[in-house]
Design a protein around this ligand. Structure first.
Ligand code: GH3
Ligand code: MG
Ligand code: MG
Ligand code: MG
Ligand code: MG
Length: 314
């Protein structure tokens, strides 16, 4: 019995320390014109170690949001001198979706549909004053947890799990917009496809795990070398990078430098030395669509393979 108690209290302490560390990195803003109410809410939140910012009206709240503090949750009062909390919620939602920030409305007004108004205009939750500290914290914690799950889902949907690189979906979501923007501004744009040569042989000769190790090592250097550009694993042993604003020579130089560096690089797999080369297909110009550019890059990649691999073709 004694041992169980000790285990329980240890688990409790571990849980508490974890929560303190997590919450200390979470910024919450309270928007409330009553300084008494504000200080009550602040003390509840600080008990759970949240980082709290205070605003006494909507304009102070909007000014704080401009500062780019990465506020994760806003608790806003309804009745305030400059703008009511529902209008403030609607205004914030024009730029910040629920995936980025949660909003909890609060009010002492007896108007029965205030909660509905808040939620219809973009709030996640609503609390009638007076509320207990426990209820406030339950709602806040729950909304923070939901956002954490949304972040996780986003990561899973946009990241390749083996290499940690962005995946194809992420590349298209962001790349399409970048290509359109570059087109509007008449900026040069380039898309390269990089494919590991004879990769199947690595799997066949050393096993699938060795293949995975090569992909991980490749991705590490690839991400680092092209860190200023949009990169992704398109699938299998094929990777892509999108260049905006660089001219053709700058792009070729960056790609060839990487290709030559990797050809010299040895991957150590349980003491076995693995070497691979890569072929690159490049599409360059003022194009309007990413998928069209990728098709052209793929044609160029095919000629690089035909011409003997370990080379770049335009
Ligand atoms: P080429 O030089 O013409 O590109 O030849 P290749 O062998 O690299 O190309 P091929 O398309 O014939 O084979 C690619 C191989 O990549 C086949 C597939 O099993 C392997 N592969 C794809 N994804 C993974 C992965 O995540 N891990 C491992 N280990 N292998 C993978
Ligand atoms: Mg008020
Ligand atoms: Mg290949
Ligand atoms: Mg293939
Ligand atoms: Mg391939």
């Amino acid at each position: 019995f004694v041992i169980k108690q000790e285990t329980d209290s240890l688990d409790y302490v571990v849980d508490l320390v974890g929560r303190i560390a997590r919450n200390a990195a979470i910024n919450i803003m309270i928007v409330e014109d009553s300084s008494l109410m504000r200080s009550i809410i602040v003390s509840h939140l600080q008990r759970h170690c949240y980082q709290v910012y205070e605003a006494q009206d909507a304009s102070e709240c909007l000014a704080l949001l401009e500062k780019d503090i990465n506020i994760k949750l806003i608790i806003t009062d309804y009745t305030m001198p400059d703008m009511n909390g529902v209008d403030l919620t609607a205004k914030i939602r024009k730029t910040l979706p629920k995936t980025k920030m949660a909003i909890v409305g609060i009010s002492a007004q007896s108007q029965s549909d205030l909660g509905v108004q808040f939620i219809k205009r973009g709030a996640n939750d609503f609390l009638s004053k007076p509320f207990s500290g426990e209820e406030l914290l339950c709602r806040v914690n729950q909304n923070i947890e939901m956002m954490h799950y949304l972040d996780t889902i986003y990561q899973l949907a946009h990241q390749d799990s083996l290499t940690g690189l962005s995946n194809r979906r992420h590349f298209f979501t962001h790349g399409e917009a970048m290509v359109e923007d570059a087109h509007v501004k008449s900026l040069p744009i380039g898309v390269a496809l990089l494919d590991i040569d004879h990769f199947k042989r690595i799997n066949d000769d050393f096993g699938h795990e060795a293949g995975d190790k090569v992909l991980e090592v490749f991705a590490h250097y690839f991400k680092e070398h092209f860190r200023e550009h949009l990169t992704a694993r398109m699938g299998g042993e094929e990777f892509t990078v999108l260049f905006v604003e660089l001219d053709i020579d700058q792009i070729k130089d960056a790609l060839v430098a990487f290709m030559e560096m990797f050809a010299e690089h040895v991957v150590d797999y349980n003491g076995q030395v693995l070497r691979v080369t890569i072929s690159i297909g490049l599409c360059f110009g003022e194009k309007t669509h990413l998928d069209g550019m990728l098709r052209l890059a793929d044609d160029a990649l095919y000629s690089a393979k035909q011409a003997g691999r370990n080379r770049l073709k335009l």
